[in-house]
Design a protein around this ligand. Structure first.
Ligand code: GH3
Ligand code: MG
Ligand code: MG
Ligand code: MG
Length: 287
């Protein structure tokens, strides 16, 4: 696991660091809590934070609070606090500040390793739960809610001069595929289309046979070009069905983020564009 350790003493840091490294963990050591916080804010792969309560400029409790407030709060991060003052009061205060565990300083090797094994079990389970909560079971794409959350976070971080664009895709006459060939073939068609989209941008299954593709750094022209490429590839797709194959087409709606835009308006424009593509005869890209 990737582990951050914070203690004001270089000696304590090295003792704990070498214990952890001996068990194959990757350790990032900090004597200052603010530097640890800054590192954690851009290192989502870190699974465990071990911090002494007696650190500065933020003390260990303040560091717990600050870490829990980071935007990526949902990633599994197990926090173990430690103090040489091993009181029930310290323990309770640490847990109430967002820590998951508390150990006496200096930690005994056997205890530290046992607590890390527990941390590993918990963070693995959390990772799996997050994955299940965000993923569409049929296609493995993001589900509707996770796609919306990802969109919110991309929009919140738009860099100056960059425009995210959105493509919404709906399979044409999909009901007919289900009716003529059966629901299983319908499912396979959904998966085949999903596989095509998987390679590009941030992709979600918004509903039955409807998909969203967010392109964080493409302007309208580039997104339309992209959608047109996907349209051609969908049209060329063959889905196995009995002894033969069937083909299908999709309608695409494209929009781009504008100054003063809102996310609901942005999503709505792409939806309206899909309806326009349907009304205009399907198998086309509309803005
Ligand atoms: P249009 O070109 O106007 O989009 O026509 P359509 O037939 O695709 O219209 P509509 O969007 O109303 O139909 C979607 C159908 O998709 C209805 C529903 O039964 C089916 N569907 C929804 N989810 C699934 C799924 O997970 N698997 C399968 N096989 N079918 C699904
Ligand atoms: Mg429809
Ligand atoms: Mg449809
Ligand atoms: Mg639909």
């Amino acid at each position: 696991m990737q582990i951050v350790v914070v203690d004001s003493s270089q000696v304590v840091l090295r003792v704990i660091g070498s214990l952890l490294e001996a068990r194959g963990h990757t350790v990032h050591e900090f004597t200052e809590s603010d530097e640890a916080l800054e590192f954690l804010s851009s290192a989502p792969e870190v699974r465990v934070l071990i911090t002494s309560l007696e650190v500065r400029p933020m003390n260990g409790l303040e560091l717990c609070w600050a870490v829990r407030l980071l935007a990526e709060d949902r990633r599994p991060l197990h926090i173990i606090t430690m103090s040489s003052a091993n009181s029930v009061h310290n323990l309770a205060e640490a847990l109430d500040s967002g820590a998951d565990d508390f150990i006496e300083k200096p930690p005994r090797a056997e205890e530290l390793h046992a607590r890390l094994r527990a941390a590993e079990r918990l963070t693995k389970l959390q990772e799996e739960l997050i994955r299940l909560a965000e993923t569409d079971g049929l296609t493995g794409l993001l589900n509707r809610r996770a796609f919306r959350e990802r969109t919110d976070s991309v929009i919140a971080k738009i860099a100056h001069g960059r425009t995210p664009s959105l493509i919404v895709v709906d399979i044409d006459h999909f009901k007919k595929i289900n009716d003529v060939h059966g629901h299983d073939i319908g499912d396979q068609a959904i998966c085949a289309v999903a596989d095509l989209f998987q390679e590009v941008g941030i992709v979600g299954r918004l509903g039955g046979e409807e998909f969203g593709i967010l392109l964080p750094e493409r302007d309208l022209e580039s997104a339309v070009f992209h959608a047109e490429g996907l349209r051609v590839r969908v049209r060329a797709l063959r889905v196995a069905c009995g002894d033969g194959t069937i083909g299908l087409t999709c309608s695409f709606g494209v929009t781009t983020w504008a100054a003063g835009d809102t996310i609901p308006a942005f999503l709505k424009r792409a939806d309206v564009a899909v309806y326009a593509a349907k009304a205009a005869g399907r198998n086309r890209v509309m803005v």
